[in-house]
Design a protein around this ligand. Structure first.
Ligand SMILES: [Zn+2]
Length: 238
């Protein structure tokens, strides 16, 4: 897994379609460093940690989660830093932490439509031993917004309205003009891939207001601000 440099202080590792690994971010502050999302497993966290230590960077002190979906959160138990998630993300994770990870329990959740086929397939790919799955809530939770001072650089966490999930947050690094948006620009896979256009309009308004040059999505290459606005507008016209 290769760590790519986006700006002076901001890095990311690419997503991988096999077993659905999302993009992970890294913000290198003078005093602390912050990781964006915890990845889908211990393996993903280890690949990420190897890529940052290879570049001579330290392991993250903080890990900020963009939303509850398994591929962004199941690595939370394997990171060494302090994990931070929105209250709504934590509520959902607290629910999932009670789930049992056996073949039959997973099949039951699919039948009950609590879980979706895509996640089930990818989870089985990433975890040949289902018993290794550990789901935890974060160390710190917040409502609305949060600001973290990494020493010489500020990271802002903003809860936003998104058609993808109720708990989506954006991570803005004003100094570097970078915005991490996780999967916020996307349909709701847990509601028959429904696209709530009112929520998408709210998201477009919110993203327009953020001052940034580069937008990092959860499962794609980074894009410019005009490009992400175009992507959202074409989704709106669909
Ligand atoms: Zn997602």
């Amino acid at each position: 897994m290769e760590l790519k440099r986006l700006t002076e202080r901001v890095f990311y590792t690419m997503h991988s379609k096999e077993a659905d690994m999302p993009v992970l971010g890294y913000i290198n502050g003078q005093k602390y460093s912050l990781m964006v999302d915890s990845g889908n497993s211990r393996r993903h966290v280890e690949l990420f940690n190897d890529s940052i230590t290879n570049k001579g960077l330290r392991k993250p002190d903080f890990i900020a989660i963009t939303h509850w979906h398994w591929d962004h959160t199941f690595g939370m138990n394997a990171v060494e830093g302090i994990t931070i998630a929105h209250k709504k993300t934590n509520d959902k994770l607290a629910e999932i932490a009670k789930w049992k990870w056996t073949d039959s329990e997973m099949k039951k959740r699919l039948e009950a439509k609590v879980e979706i086929e895509f996640a089930d397939t990818c989870i089985r790919k990433e975890y040949p031993l289902l018993s290794e799955i550990r789901v935890t809530t974060s160390d710190i939770s917040y409502n609305r917004n949060m600001e973290i001072d990494l020493g010489d650089i500020i990271v802002e966490l903003h809860h936003i309205i998104s058609p993808h999930s109720e708990d989506c947050i954006c991570i803005l690094i004003p100094q570097e003009r970078v915005l991490f948006i996780g999967d916020a620009v996307g349909v709701d896979y847990y509601n028959n891939c429904y696209l709530d256009k009112d929520k998408l309009r709210s998201l477009i308004t919110a993203i327009k207001k953020f001052d940034f040059d580069i937008c990092v999505m959860g499962h794609a290459e980074p894009v410019s601000k005009p490009d992400i606005l175009n992507i959202m507008n074409s989704l709106l016209d669909r």
